[in-house]
Design a protein around this ligand. Structure first.
Ligand code: HEM
Length: 143
């Protein structure tokens, strides 16, 4: 599970970091949404399965460490704090992704490129915090 989770993390976090740092600046400079759409079209084919793998393996591992889902939300243990952070990051990621998919992308043009840019930056920051929270969970570090 952990290997699948780490592979999924490389696709999800790595893909969004490439999108936000290499593709997005060029799209905004040229004010041309086509480059973004062609990247999204290809990346989505492995990005969405990667997110699904993160959810399944993440919940599995959370249950493995704390086989009482009610205990995930007590915030009385470091494990519970990490799980609540992970689930909050997941909720924020899904809300941004759904808003982009159904509100921004169908009307993507020069006019709403900035709106799309903020969605990409938001999901990328959430992906990086997912990784930091995961490593903190393993090393017993931050929270
Ligand atoms: C896109 C979403 C996610 C990303 C990028 C991500 C990333 C990571 C990374 C990089 C690690 C560290 C692995 C290691 O140190 O070996 C990790 C660990 C972990 N993640 Fe996630 N994660 C995501 C979603 C989730 C979700 C939704 C949950 C559910 C609660 C979750 C639960 C865990 C757990 C329990 C660990 C500890 C595994 C261990 O150390 O044995 N993750 N995650």
């Amino acid at each position: 599970m952990l290997i699948l989770h780490i592979l999924g993390a490389t696709v999800w976090a790595g893909g969004h970091i490439v999108l936000a740092t290499l593709i997005l600046p060029e799209v905004l400079r040229k004010k041309d949404a086509r480059l973004l759409l062609s990247f999204e079209e290809k990346y989505e084919r492995i990005g969405m399965p990667a997110l699904l793998i993160q959810i399944i393996t993440g919940l599995w591992m959370a249950y493995y460490y704390l086989p009482d889902p009610g205990g995930w939300f007590t915030l009385q243990t470091s494990l519970s704090v990490h799980i609540v952070i992970k689930l909050s990051l997941l909720l924020a990621t899904v809300l941004l992704a759904v808003d982009a998919r159904f509100r921004v992308i169908p009307r993507l043009s020069r006019e709403n490129l900035t709106d799309m840019a903020w969605h990409i930056i938001g999901v990328t920051i959430l992906a990086v915090v997912f990784v930091i929270t995961g490593v903190s969970l393993r090393t017993g570090g931050l929270f």
